[in-house]
Design a protein around this ligand. Sequence first.
Ligand code: LMR
Length: 396
Amino acid sequence: MFEHIKRVPGDPILGLIDAFNKDTNPNKVDLGVGVYRDDHGTTPIMRAVKEAEALLVKNETTKAYIGSHGDPRFGKAVLPMVLGDDSPVLAANRASGTQAPGGTGALRLAADFIRVHLPGKGIWLSDPTWPNHLGLFEGAGLKVGKYPYVDAENRLDFPAMMDAIRQIPAGNVVLLHACCHNPSGFDLSAEQWQTVLDVVRERDLLPLVDFAYQGFGDGLEEDAYGARLLAEQLDEVLITSSCSKNFGIYRERTGCLIAVAKDTEQMENVRSQLAITARENYSNPPAHGGAIVAEILESAELAAMWRAELTEMRDRINGLRRDFVEALQPFGLAEKFACIAEQRGMFSYTGLSPEQVETLRSEFGIYMVKSGRANVAGLSRDNLAYVAKAFAAVSS
Ligand code: LMR
């Protein structure tokens, strides 16, 4: 029965973890998978998370099921984080939060919801986008289209993006990255978000906003600008929020699908359906990560500690962006790679070709995604000069 099954290469991002671990090059540098790293190359557990976990161990009284929408404390804490403390959407009670196994789980919930409740509708993704978007939406049975995002000069191509979005047939879904676009790092300005809103409204499209890096661009509030604008101005929006990066709880699989509807009645209808979708997928989400997030956001002291740690991570990445461009200066490459300092979030689309990426890996032990995406957090004071030299070698 299994004779016809062929072996496939590993995931283009997660497969790098294994390859990196096996590499014996003492100078190896991991700029692959999107996890935050400190200056020692480790992914530390945030202090606020450790303290919240200690409280959970002490106070937790049961391991019984938490229900298909997850921990109500989690939903109550995450909705204002994403939509804003004074959100008119929350005041009007037209947003529902469903805890999901990570941002990926939330995306899959959204995909299943679209397939069942908007039959025949497709989803349009930016080109490039997070590679898993494609498999995830196609795997859920949705037709997938693309809109351009980055031009041949490795710059955001907003006019081409909007031209393509204007062609999407009414009633279909457009996926937008809220901030820290993965893989390019190019984000939309407030003015550009306004244009997106106008076109989405005019074309009667449903926006699905992938919000995986809140706090990694310019700040928790600043990064939410586009998601909040759409949620406040449109009747219907789906938002997938991930706590993997901003709480550093990647393996706890903690995310949320936020469904914004026209009014409370429609929101409750959608919410009831999402419970069924979750039930049929995995029944209940894992509890631990959501409990950590709720514990932190409910405590003024832990929330302040967490915000400070998040700011430190963001500042470190943005500092590395500037330092790396400076380290390329002696090679005459500062201008060519100037966009790295302008991009936001963990990633930079470097413009390096798959062949150049392969040479970086085979000759220098530097691991990046084949598309030329580098995780800037993998740079450090110790490896900056080495990576700059290697970039120069493959660029000559
Ligand atoms: C990434 O893009 O590297 C992260 O989102 C991790 C993943 O699941 O791919």
